[in-house]
Design a protein around this ligand. Structure first.
Ligand SMILES: N[C@@H](CCC(=O)N[C@@H](CS)C(=O)NCC(=O)O)C(=O)O
Length: 221
């Protein structure tokens, strides 16, 4: 554990919301000591963690004696305001709105369909088994990526990344959900714009170091 860390980050290796915060921290050159919250053991529901994140969700980011920050997009905006370079948002008003809009397609519309608490409810009350849960995730991730592909392929602002030729919040959000999609063997060949953008992101050190399979607790470690 580093003693020079800027933050404490309550985290789990594979979750998309934590993945987003790790990429942003890396891009901004900030360091966090991670506190492992094992979602497979439902540690997010422990009284100790609920005192940090009353909704029982990760990530939670803590700086010094300030109250915990929750919600990955609020954390990304916080990091953007705290450290200006490199920017996670474009300099123009319409560009910022577009990046936030793409981010919302992924994080506001799609991600809430996928966490453990949704699986738990559908299993307990919706008659879901593992196969039904798998099909549910594939359905929502595939339709989300197809919608985004139509958008990215048709809008002139798309470049090497979701918006122009520099990575933004939108790419962070995209990569976090594509990891989930790839874990379910969803093929990106039918979404070639997304496939190429994700490849460009993977070539960047900040994205590469944040890969979930490189984190503490990941099966390959
Ligand atoms: N909108 C929140 C979502 C947070 C969230 O749902 N985190 C998941 C992991 S990706 C979680 O902790 N889930 C616990 C559960 O569902 O019980 C954010 O972006 O931070």
């Amino acid at each position: 554990m580093s003693t020079n860390a800027d933050f404490e980050l309550y985290a789990f290796w594979r979750t998309a919301a934590t993945h987003r915060v790790r990429i942003a921290l890396n891009m901004k050159g900030l360091l966090a000591n991670e506190r492992f919250v094992d979602l497979d053991k439902a540690e997010q529901t422990s009284p100790a963690f609920l005192a940090i994140s009353p909704a029982g969700v990760i990530p939670a980011l803590i700086e010094d004696s300030y109250p915990p920050l929750t919600q990955s997009m609020a954390i990304l905006e916080f990091l953007e305001e705290k450290v200006a370079d490199p920017p996670l948002l474009p300099s123009d008003l319409h560009g910022r709105a577009r990046v936030r809009s793409i981010s919302a397609m992924l994080v506001t519309d799609t991600n809430p369909l996928l966490p453990p608490r949704v699986k738990k409810y559908l299993t307990l009350h919706g008659g879901f088994d593992e196969a039904a849960w798998h099909a549910w995730q594939v359905q929502w991730l595939t339709s989300s990526l197809e919608s985004l592909e139509r958008r990215l392929a048709s809008e002139s602002q798309t470049g090497e990344f979701c918006h122009g030729d520099h990575p933004t919040m939108a790419d962070i959000c995209l990569v976090s959900l594509v990891f989930r999609a790839q874990a379910l063997q969803i093929d990106l060949d039918s979404t070639p714009t997304i496939r190429d953008i994700v490849k460009n992101c993977a070539a960047l050190d900040a994205f590469a170091r944040a890969h979930p399979l490189l984190q503490e607790g990941a099966p390959s470690r």
